[in-house]
Design a protein around this ligand. Structure first.
Ligand code: NAD
Length: 254
């Protein structure tokens, strides 16, 4: 049953080192940030942008920035939740060596996590398509407030794109490489709040398992990798991570 699975997960986390976490949008829903695959999500009002479209077409850039103008400010206001905190505590206690995240909301960093690999980039910055210089997202959004439809690079006047990875855009190679290395070298790989439907992020779970790690999946709904996992828990993350912390005698902040 669920309590036994949680106890097993807690035991694995306690007994292993070099544990690696892969987090997804489900980790941040309890911080008030909607995931993509639930009803009422942003994709019902905005179509996701293709990278090539953004590069080639001004109207696509305008639409993408309209979407970001609406979705980024609430994300900047969000606070990390109990699950983010437990993860940061595990890292501080030497139980977690790195957090690989598909999230773009900076909530791991706000909770205190140090070693983080952002597979899908970040909403905290914009990047110039010309000179690659990065600009704080607040500055790009401020340009939108003055009526500019596509923010420009303060250095070279080039086109700014939010520093998130769009569909059809390759993942940052160094980040993906480091994630593969972490997944193949860990003892225990924990998937937290991901539908495991977005590649190549999802495949990291398979890589970890193949290289001998224990695989733990905690997600509200089933994933395609549940069948190969050692522990599967279908539950909400805050209560589950708090219970794992409690079972392991972790110092609690709340
Ligand atoms: P997803 O939307 O595909 O899946 C999220 C999963 O989390 C779902 O299977 C859902 O059942 C589960 N879930 C929701 N609330 C939960 C909770 N409280 N406890 C446990 N599980 C819960 O998300 P994904 O797999 O991360 O992939 C979608 C893509 O969307 C990613 O590429 C990511 O970059 C992006 N995204 C990021 C954010 C963010 O930064 N917070 C938000 C939305 C989308």
């Amino acid at each position: 049953d669920r309590q036994a699975a949680i106890a097993r997960a807690a035991d694995l986390v306690r007994r292993t080192r070099r544990n690696v976490i892969l987090s997804g949008a489900g980790l941040s829903t309890e911080s008030g940030i909607p995931d993509f695959r639930s009803p009422g999500g942003v994709w019902e009002r905005f179509r996701p942008i293709e990278y090539q479209d953004f590069l080639d077409h001004h109207p696509a850039r305008v639409e993408h920035w309209r979407y970001k103008r609406e979705t980024i400010p609430p994300m900047l206001q969000a606070e990390p939740n109990r699950a983010h905190q437990v993860i940061a505590e595990l890292e501080a206690a030497g139980r977690v060596s790195v957090v690989i995240t598909q999230n773009i909301d900076s909530l791991h960093q706000k909770a205190g996590t140090q070693r983080i690999l952002e597979l899908h980039g970040t909403n905290a910055e914009a990047v110039c398509l010309g000179c690659r210089e990065r600009t704080p997202i607040e500055d790009a959004l401020a340009q939108l407030e003055t009526g500019i439809e596509v923010p420009q690079c303060p250095s070279c006047d080039g086109i700014l794109k939010p520093a998130t990875i769009s569909f059809g855009q390759p993942l940052p190679q160094r980040v993906l490489h480091a994630a593969l290395e972490a997944a193949s070298g860990c003892e225990c790989f924990l998937v937290l709040g991901s539908s495991l439907q977005v590649q190549p992020a999802a495949s990291l779970a398979g890589v970890a398992k193949q290289y001998g790690a224990q695989l733990i999946i905690i997600n509200l709904t089933p994933t395609p990798y549940d069948g190969i996992a050692d522990v599967v828990i279908h539950a909400k993350l805050c209560e589950t991570m708090a219970e794992i912390a409690r079972l392991n005698g972790q110092v609690t902040l709340t």
